[in-house]
Design a protein around this ligand. Structure first.
Ligand code: TXA
Ligand code: MG
Length: 337
């Protein structure tokens, strides 16, 4: 099939909404990353999403809705805390895992009895939901295992010929996927995947915010993942990614030893002037690093980097999300210098 590349005009958004209504799969910009959208209630369309990504069938899709008030149509129970969180963070980069009702097909929830609900703030995704009249199931629009797409060109690189269309809405605002949380009790949430809604922000509303252990370390053999996505390899470019934790001078010293033509370093902007080896920079602050990370990983592949040493990001605020993506890209190996 030939993949149509739409712009962001009202006419293009309407055409894309029509395709969704007909059961087609469309690449759609959101404020986090680009999603691979389909009617969440149409099993055949949802199967086509899994097929286009090459995604394991037991990894559930997030269901995107226009307003949190619609969450009750797809769930069997919503804790009061979820409403409080929605007031503060919806629309925005937060996904809440709730018990699903029978409206959500098992293919969409990856066989689970829960569903991740998100209210995206991006105008295009919002309008597609409203105009199609469909809740939209959308995983990130990359081939399973590759870095998530943060612009339409990335989606075309991965999905051209596999899906009906892609909407070009420019670069993603945040650059990392939404924060995924579940509810441990009436006042405690658990972060299953860190994102731009940080632990610190959640603590303004919740008594307790638990960081699921799978965020920072590999699951042990046979251990059950609270979020199925956490058991799969993720965000990996072709290059071998290695995470190096330590200050800049020790990092540079380490690279001076391993340096070769196919070795690249991903460092902070402020490091660059004093770094005489192959490198790319990914910003200084955590939000800059979130914004640029996936773009950098894709570019490093394009320039032929075989090994990439990343100067590790900080772990607080949105830095935890950046760290979480990188430690997965690095297969959980951290070099301390
Ligand atoms: O920002 C985002 O969340 C993007 C945009 C497109 O909205 N979507 C996204 O979807 O990142 P995906 O499928 O690439 O990642 C969703 C993650 C997976 O790790 C999945 O296992 C987890 O959320 N997840 C989804 N539904 C879940 C559920 N019911 N229970 C536990 N984890 C769930
Ligand atoms: Mg993904």
């Amino acid at each position: 099939m030939e993949t149509i590349l739409f712009g962001d005009s009202a006419a293009d958004i309407s055409s894309a909404a029509e395709l969704i209504k007909k059961g087609e799969v469309v690449g759609i910009p959101t404020e986090t990353v680009y999603g691979l959208g389909a009617d969440a209630l149409n099993e055949k369309a949802v199967r086509a999403v899994f097929a286009a990504k090459g995604r394991p069938a037991d990894n559930p899709l997030i269901v995107h809705i226009a307003d949190f008030s619609q969450a009750k149509n797809y769930t069997s129970y919503i804790p009061a805390l979820a409403y409080k969180l929605a007031e503060k963070f919806c629309p925005g980069p937060l996904t809440m895992v709730l018990p699903k009702n029978e409206t959500i097909p098992m293919v969409t929830s990856g066989g689970l009895d829960t569903v991740g609900i998100r209210v995206p703030s991006h105008r295009i995704m919002h309008n597609i939901i409203v105009e199609s009249g469909c809740p939209i199931a959308a995983p990130s629009a990359n081939i399973s295992g590759l870095p998530s797409p943060t612009c339409a060109a990335h989606v075309m690189d991965d999905m051209s010929g596999r899906i009906a269309a892609v909407l070009d809405g420019g670069a993603s605002e945040f650059g990392v996927e939404s924060t995924v949380i579940s509810f441990d009790s009436e006042d405690t949430v658990r972060i299953l995947r860190p994102g731009a809604v940080t632990r610190e922000m959640l603590l303004e509303i919740c008594n307790e915010v638990i960081i699921d252990p799978s965020i920072l370390k590999e699951l042990a053999e046979g251990e059950k993942a609270a979020s199925p996505g956490m058991k799969y390899i993720h965000y990996s470019p072709k290059a071998d990614v290695k995470m190096v934790e330590g200050d800049f001078l020790n990092f540079r010293e380490y690279i001076s030893v391993v340096n070769s033509t196919s070795v690249y370093s991903l460092i902070y902007d402020d490091d660059k002037d004093n770094f005489p080896y192959n490198c790319m920079t990914y910003g200084n602050t955590s939000s800059e690093q979130a914004h640029q990370l996936f773009q950098c990983l894709r570019e490093l592949d394009e320039i032929g980097a075989e090994t990439v040493y990343v100067r590790a990001p900080l772990k607080d605020g949105v830095g935890l999300a950046v760290y979480n993506r990188l430690i997965r890209a690095a297969g959980f190996e951290v070099i301390r210098v």
